[in-house]
Design a protein around this ligand. Sequence first.
Ligand code: GDP
Length: 346
Amino acid sequence: MAKRKNIDARNSSKVQDKRKHVPTEQELFNGIKSGNKARLGQAITLIESARPTDAQKAHQLVERCLSQKSPSVRIGITGVPGVGKSTFVETLGKQLIAIGKKVAVLAVDPTSSKNRGSILGDKTRMTELSRDPNAFVRPSPSGKSLGGVAQKTRETIILCEAAAYDVVLVETVGVGQSETAVHGMVDFFLLLKLSGAGDELQGIKRGIIEMADAIVINKADGDNIKRAKLAEVDFKRALQLYPPKENGWLPVVRSCSAIENTGIKEVWEVIETYLNDAIDAGYLDQKRRNQNKYWLLQTIEERLKIDFFYHQEIKAQLEIVTEKVMRNETSPFRAAEELLQLWRGH
Ligand code: GDP
């Protein structure tokens, strides 16, 4: 009995030791480079941390990973809840692993928060894929603003690339502007749809068609095959009304069944064709450079907002000024100008 107690005590102190040890930036970097999934997970947690003391370490890590990252393909996937995104990602992911790729799956879900649950994150997702040694699945970071959530995912992509994941799949539900954010961080953007009754373009958010490089109608199985084929024709016809993309690419329409694994290989072939053309024409490089410019501006905007709104004195003044504005004692414009001036003085 005493022996048992000793073992328990030793084990629990081991657990505590493990918990206490906060990995250094060097340890995280080494772990990422050697393909250690646990270390990669810890590194992402560091990136997602809101603690100012973690920020410096996180920046250094991202910078180091940037200089080390291997070439990868970044694919965005969007579609309404229930369209089959997880199932599609799991099937595609397994297929890519079977041809020798390493696959990372990330999510951008602005509804996700530690307390409120989320549209994407809470289900038990992609169980088979997450267990595969060549796959890494990470739910959406939680955060108050889409800008913040997207920023963290963007940095996570860099870590995954440094860990030699050659395909990064970024999934999002179409909440707020999340598609736009994801579109701005990927090479290829795929819209998953279901076949409905007639008028297929109805219910698609404005702008999403312009963003999609491919529209894939999922659940083309059983009684649904015929309807999916009809929807495919409808979409193709409708897409003819849109001008080609900057690089001359005409969005492609396909159908598939993520559950039965039909049509998925063909979707991957479309993506490969797109990428090969884009690489040959120098378009991919150009697109990524433009995305970097966009992210530079986005990051500055996001940081400025945080600096401003989290500034202790501004916080206090903002409360006072808000009261004044509410009582019509000052105009919102004048009050804003005064607050900004106060902030600039710091
Ligand atoms: P998500 O919310 O977009 O991630 O969708 P899920 O992948 O969770 O799928 C929603 C439901 O649709 C689940 O019950 C899936 O089993 C089902 N589903 C997904 N893909 C297919 C498919 O290709 N065919 C059929 N018949 N059902 C599917």
